[in-house]
Each structure stands twice: as C-alpha cells, then as structure tokens.
Design a protein around this ligand. Sequence first.
Ligand code: 3PG
Length: 383
Amino acid sequence: MYMKNINLKNKRVFIRLDLNVPIYKKKIISTERIDRSIPTILLALKKNAKIILASHLGRPKEGIYNKNFSLFPVFEYLKKKLPKININFSKDYLNGINMKNNHITVLENVRFNRGETKNDINLSKKYANLCDIFVMDAFATAHRIESSTYGICNFVKKSCIGPLLYSEVKILKKILYNPLRPMVTIVGGAKVSTKFSLLKSLLKITDYLLVGGGIANTFISTFYPVGKSLYEKNFQKKAINLYKTKKVFIPIDSRVSSKYSIKSEAIIRPTSKILPNQQILDIGDKTIKKFQEIIKKSKTILWNGPMGVFEFPNFRIGTEKISKTIANSNCFSVAGGGDTIAVIDLFNLKKKISYISTGGGSFLKFIEEKTLPIIEKIKKLNQ
Ligand code: 3PG
C-alpha cells in the first residue's frame, strides 16, 4: 500500500503531487510544496521507474488552456533542482506518452482537462491508461475527489500512498492525539465554502476559534452589513449556530477600502459600521490585540489561512502581526495551506513554527475525520 514497499522497476508510474504553488508574474512565490515533493521523485528515480508527475495549479476554467495557470514555471524549477535528470514537459498527454526508465514527464495542469474536478470516469480511465501504478502523494489535494486524485484508482492495476502523504498523516495524527490545552485554531483565507463546512468539527476539538478573511466576513454578515466584502450567503445559518458555541471570535474592527487594489489605502472601521461601498480586506488593530491575547494564553495552535489580503502591503498588517505572534509563542504550533506557507516564507517564520503541513483544506478535513477518502480507498483496494 506504500510506495516505499513497491517494486517500480521499469514500471510506468503516475505520481499525483500537489505542486499548486503561488505564482506571481511567472515567479514562484513559495517553493515549499515542490521542495516537499522532491524526496518522492528521488525515491521513484532510485526505484528505476518511468515517471509521470501530475498536479493541478489554481482553479482554471476546465477544458480551456490558460497560460496563467500553466505548470511550466514549476517544471522549470524542477529542472533546476534535478539538473542531472532527463525531464520533459507535456501539454498533450491524454492519448499516451513516450517514456523511458528514469525519465520524468511533468504533465501540464490536470485541471485544464474537462471533467477533472468532477471525477469524470472517462478522464480517470485516460490517466490510468498512461501508467501501471498510481502513487497518491498530493496530501494538500487529498480531500478532493477528482479524476487524478481519486477516480484513476478505479482503473489502474495498482495504487499506493506516497511518502509525503504518509508522513503528513502520521505527524498530524500524533499532534492531534491529546493536545496540550487550551488549543486555539485560527482560520482565514478566501476559500470560504471548503473551510466553512469543517468548522463544526474543529469546534469539537478546539477551545477558541479566531476567524479572519472571507470566513470572518460570513460570520460578520449575520450581524451587520458587510458592503462589498467577500462572504458566502449560503453559510450564514451555519455561522449563527457555530457562533452560539461561544468559542468563535470574530473581528471587532477591520481594514477596509472601496477598491480592491494593491494601491488602495486602508481605513479602519468598526466591523459593525461597514459602508455599502466598502470591502473588508484585513482585520483592525483592536482585533489584532484581542487575537494576540488569546494566542498568548494558548498551549497548542492550529493555523490555516491569512487574516486578509496579505498580497497587498496596506492590508498585510493583520496577517503579519498574527503570524508573528504564533511564531514567537512557546506553544506547539501547526500551520498548513498554500497561502499560509507563503505568509510563513514572506515573514521568514519557518524555523519558528513547530510543524508546517503542505495541506490547507485537506489538513482541516483530516483534523475533522482523522482520515481522508483516498486513504480509505487505497486501503480497500489493497485488501
Ligand atoms: C490547496 O491549495 O488547498 C490545494 O492545492 C487544493 O486546491 P483546491 O482548493 O483548489 O482544490
């Protein structure tokens, strides 16, 4: 069931990684997810496999090529990291690839393929036809039931779990077993729907839940108007029920602007007084202080997602202050997610966080269910 125990010699091996890294103007902002996948690639090389590397990048419209979501910059980075290895990039691969032992083919973004996120059977079959063995090592996408992360298993001869997925799960299990209390969980970011459904379970294990970003706006919107801010109407009812647990802390003030722009100036407003033309782009100073107090009295910290639009310098202060408070605390701290890793890199906090998970949504899903669908599937297929 594990890649390390399987003979891959001369076999065509399809390795699903999560190389979904932040890219700005063709430059990779954080290479952490790629770097954490390198040992898996080296293991496949050591085992003399014919290697296919597959990943998604962002959320492009399916069925259409869009250069802004191309994995080409990731391929170039891999080429630099593995200078002695023969490594190619393939844009057009669904009908077959020429492969040799110890050669690597990096596939273009799987989410350009129609049906990928719907776990389309025909697409899953096409992926399966490319290989003899499927290795699932994309921990950060392991909560998604998509053709290249899940469906392919149904049609391939053998499926197994890669070393990164294995070690992430092992470490997270250990951390979650009997954590020191109080435990505080900090959740922010823009992926509201993915994360919102996981908050109920998180509230069962955490003592405090501090929210920022689109998650916070959804809570706020149940009490006050939020102007043009990002929030999800569909989750308002859930937000009201979650808030009743008295463990949820929402921002009391926010940094807002009437324009979503890197040049916008930040204005601090009480969260109860957001104007119709304004949008919340970061937490305010009173909120920062309140959140810092809670973090400082906690013994275990789980952190996923920025407090605001940290890509804009004027709306970065909430994320900066909170991330530095987490890093400088003496608690056991676990951080996870693409944007969270980018924040850790930006403020150079890597050495001060106890454990950094490559997963964001998957990390929260794992905390909720203590397993992931693909793990159960591969277990079953190998019984
Ligand atoms: C992530 O960044 O959380 C993973 O790569 C999954 O991406 P997704 O939320 O677009 O499926």
